[in-house]
Design a protein around this ligand. Structure first.
Ligand code: 5AD
Ligand code: SF4
Length: 440
């Protein structure tokens, strides 16, 4: 008997791990007949994959659930569910107290979705929020959206316990997939025509499958298809080994882009954050990477207003930005998270001061990124053409191996090609140029 295919609509917030998890969820649900839709209004099942790293992500998800509830009011048959990092926190407020959603499923419980959906249709609320020490969805092939760039999750969880961060509580302990299974997936992606793969983990360079470390994994991925670009994120300075730096240096198709969160330029604050390195160690590491990979570009994460941060600490953060000269940075205000150690330290930097410090950080960093990008004007860079520009139908968007967004008129360029672009102008975020005619 033929059953009508059901539609699923998912909204994803937060980091790339969540984006990759959504693809796992779509794959699990595809098995029971659900196909994705881009319109919430057409959906039988609406899921919101949440993030709880910072407060605004949490607020936004709350708001969205209330808005999406509208579809259920119109059609009571529609199921609404919460996935991801907020599941555990929200189960009380959203399900038990306010009766807002039908399903709440944590990041390690996605295999249970079919059963939970069945229960929900039977009128039972489906809740599964346990964390696992072993779940890594090794055998589930994510349902990827077509494109040229694929996310590939290689490890889950985090054991670092930075005092500000909720991830070890929401995503649980570190666990890695086997190198063999990851590389098999790289081969599949290559056969499907993907041109770039990003190996993902909350703490990707502490990957270890019991036999192989992250450098081994990167090397094997690079050798699996030498025409495919290999990226990875996010790294922790503590696990940036010499072997790993060497591996990135010697493989042409491992992108020369290093994202290494520093968080603060003050040793006192780094200690309170439990970051396990000092400013001196971080600078030494940067020096080493720059020497081994002179063409590399760098980015970082910076946080303003961690508990007890003084004007002097903040000045040291500005100093490290000037010293390293990152190509880019993700810059945040500290946001206290329940269950973390920093939560108990109070939140003594006023909102006003946090905003002021963050703005100073952003202004300085944007100036540095702008200056670095100006040095590329007149040069030719190689880009992988990723997609049409969202701003103009006549332009294409590509990315350099150093992860710089590059916009140029379409001419004879096509998505998926690796082409040279001559840079004509640049701002802090984007390079602008024209395609260099290809030889063939
Ligand atoms: N407040 C603000 N920023 C945070 N991050 C993690 N936790 C918090 C928090 N509680 C930032 C860090 C991390 C990035 C992913 O998010 O800079 O590197
Ligand atoms: Fe959070 Fe620190 Fe782990 Fe990154 S390394 S996920 S910031 S605890």
């Amino acid at each position: 008997m033929e059953t009508k295919s059901k539609k699923i609509y998912v909204e994803t917030y937060g980091c790339q791990m969540n984006v990759a998890d959504t693809e796992v969820v779509l794959s699990v649900l595809n098995e029971i007949g659900y196909t994705p839709t881009k319109e919430a209004a057409n959906a039988d099942l609406i899921l919101v994959n949440t993030c709880s790293v910072r407060d605004n992500a949490e607020l936004r998800a709350h708001q969205r659930v209330s808005e999406l509830k509208e579809h259920k009011r119109r059609n009571p048959e529609v199921l609404i569910g919460i996935l991801g990092c907020m599941a555990e926190r929200l189960r009380t407020t959203l399900v038990e107290k306010n009766n807002l959603v039908d399903l709440v499923v944590g990041p390690d419980e996605y295999r249970k979705l079919p059963k939970l959906i069945e229960d929900a249709y039977a009128g039972q609320r489906g809740i599964a929020v346990k964390l696992s020490r072993v779940e890594n969805y090794d055998d589930i092939t994510p349902l990827r959206t077509e494109g040229i760039s694929a996310w590939l999750s290689v490890m889950r969880g985090c054991d670092k316990f930075c005092t500000f961060c909720v991830v070890p509580f929401t995503r649980g302990r570190e666990r890695s997939r086997s190198l063999k299974s990851v590389i098999e997936e790289v081969h599949k992606l290559s056969a499907q025509g993907f041109k770039e793969v990003t190996l993902l983990g909350q703490n990707v360079n502490s990957y270890h499958d019991g036999e192989y470390d992250f450098a081994d994994l990167l090397r094997s991925a690079a050798e699996a298809d030498s025409t495919m670009r290999i990226r990875y994120m996010t790294s922790h300075p503590q696990d940036m080994s010499d072997k790993l730096i060497e591996t990135i240096a010697v493989h042409k198709n491992i992108c020369k882009y290093v994202h290494l969160p520093v968080q603060s330029g003050s040793n006192r604050i780094l200690k309170l954050m439990n970051r396990t390195y000092t400013v001196e160690h971080y600078l030494g590491l940067m020096q080493k990477i720059k020497q081994a990979i002179p063409e590399a570009s760098f980015s970082t994460d910076i946080m303003a207003g961690f508990p007890t941060e003084t004007n002097e600490d903040h000045a040291m953060t500005l100093e490290i930005l000037k010293e390293v000269r990152f190509d880019g940075a993700f810059m945040f205000k500290y946001s206290p998270r329940e269950s973390t150690k920093a939560w108990d330290m109070g939140d003594d930097v006023t909102e006003e001061l946090k905003v002021e410090r963050l703005n100073e950080i952003i202004e300085l960093q944007n100036g540095i990124a702008f200056d670095i990008n100006q040095t590329l004007i007149g040069k030719e860079v190689e880009v992988l053409i990723e997609r049409d520009s969202s701003r103009s139908a006549d332009d294409l968007l590509g990315r350099t191996d150093t992860n710089k967004k590059t916009l140029f008129p379409r001419e004879n360029g096509a998505v998926g090609e690796i082409r040279s672009v001559k840079i004509e102008r640049a701002n802090a975020q984007t390079l602008f140029g024209t395609l260099v005619p290809s030889m063939n």
